[in-house]
Design a protein around this ligand. Structure first.
Ligand code: KG4
Ligand code: ZN
Length: 349
């Protein structure tokens, strides 16, 4: 089955084709993907402007589909099903993909399925060479979500903990903005942190002792206070080390908090595998510290290939295929769910 995946939940227009008959190949069945990032469009605003995002998805969907079909040497009529991101995300952005995907499927007389964006992130790990077996604990860390989930199979998700305020990615982005770095902040903070001392400043680890929920707004305030009390002018070379130290201290505090909660979640479930997914899972410091901490309790950490950590169409095509092969699909009505809990998803046998 060839599934066209469409991702438009935020600021990335991602399209890909997953062919289940080629799952045994080294590409794991992913026969082509194209991605257009709107980063430049939003850069001047320091964050995603929802209306601009929707308009740009509309502009890019058809040219990107044509480019993808060309690269795969396929016709539209070769596609067997369409999977689109149904939620969670920005309502206008989601609607562009839902309308486009549902209409295309209707015109081609093939099924369409709406995919949960975070399930897409989570299952992307199965597209890599390092695919873990079920069950595992999932740490989902993106611009909009911070979740710890017990995963017993596809669609069998129990939320163990989540952020009560800012998402981790959002916290990276806001800290980057305070340091005068461009959006998205995660990769820029990580780069600046390379030359910093993570122990120069002591940042809080909020809610460490309290169950499996997270809170990151206190960390953001702590960074704000550090910046107020220390000179961090981006144009002054004398301030470069302080900036790097703040970035490193912040990154270390976030990663340390996440790692400790992951160890707790593994001990709580008795599972021995952890999957990290979503944009922040691209963070190398997070991967390294998790590998070290988990080795101490005999557990392993798994993540998707780098290109599949941040938003993309491949994860949507792949998650859609799991649901389509179980006979699940959407009806003809076009709908999206900007707020949608993973625990409400149907089980896939
Ligand atoms: O999953 P994603 O691409 O989009 C959403 O669904 O939100 O995640 C984007 C988030 C952004 O907040 C970005 O700053 C963060 O992932 N991110 C990173 C890194 N790469 C992306 N955060 C920390 N370190 C990175 N290397
Ligand atoms: Zn995402």
């Amino acid at each position: 089955m060839k599934v066209l995946g469409l991702e438009t939940s935020c600021d990335e227009t991602g399209l890909a084709i997953f062919d289940s008959s080629q799952r045994h190949n080294t590409n794991q069945g992913l026969i082509g993907q194209v991605l257009y990032s709107q980063i430049e469009l939003h850069a001047t605003y320091g964050g995603v402007v929802p209306e601009l995002a929707s308009r740009d998805h509309i502009r890019k969907l058809i040219p990107l589909l044509n480019q993808l079909l060309n690269e795969c040497q396929l016709q539209k009529t070769d596609i067997d099903a369409v999977a689109f991101t149904k939620g969670p995300g920005l309502v206008g952005a989601l609607m562009t993909g839902a309308l486009f995907g549902r209409s295309l499927a209707f015109a081609l007389d093939i099924p369409a399925v709406g995919v949960h964006h975070m399930e897409g992130h989570l299952l992307a790990v199965l597209l890599g060479q390092d695919a873990p077996k079920f069950p595992f604990v999932g740490l989902l860390v993106s611009g909009g979500h911070t979740l710890l989930v017990a995963v017993k199979g596809v669609g069998q998700y129990q939320i163990l903990g989540e952020s009560i305020d800012d998402a981790v990615g959002e916290c990276f982005d806001k800290t980057a903005k305070m340091l005068g770095l461009a959006y998205p902040g995660g990769p820029n903070i990580a780069k600046l942190a390379e030359t910093g001392n993570p122990h120069a400043f002591d940042l809080p680890r909020p809610m460490l002792g309290k169950g499996l929920d997270f809170s990151f707004s206190g960390m953001k305030t702590a960074v704000h206070n550090l910046i107020k009390d220390n000179p961090t002018d981006i144009d002054n070379p004398n301030h470069a080390q302080t900036r790097a130290d703040i970035a490193a201290g912040f990154q270390f505090a976030v990663v340390d908090t996440l790692a400790k909660k992951c160890v707790k979640a593994l001990q709580h479930t008795g599972f021995s595998r952890l999957v990290i997914a979503g944009g922040v899972s691209a963070n190398l410091e997070l991967r390294q510290i998790l590998a070290k901490q988990l080795a101490k309790i005999g557990a392993t950490v798994h993540y998707a290939p780098p290109a599949l950590c941040t938003d993309n169409g491949a994860m949507i095509a792949f998650a859609g295929w799991w649901r389509l092969r179980a006979g699940q699909c959407d009806d003809l009505a076009v709908s999206c769910l900007p707020r949608w809990s993973m625990s409400d998803l149907a089980k896939v046998d």
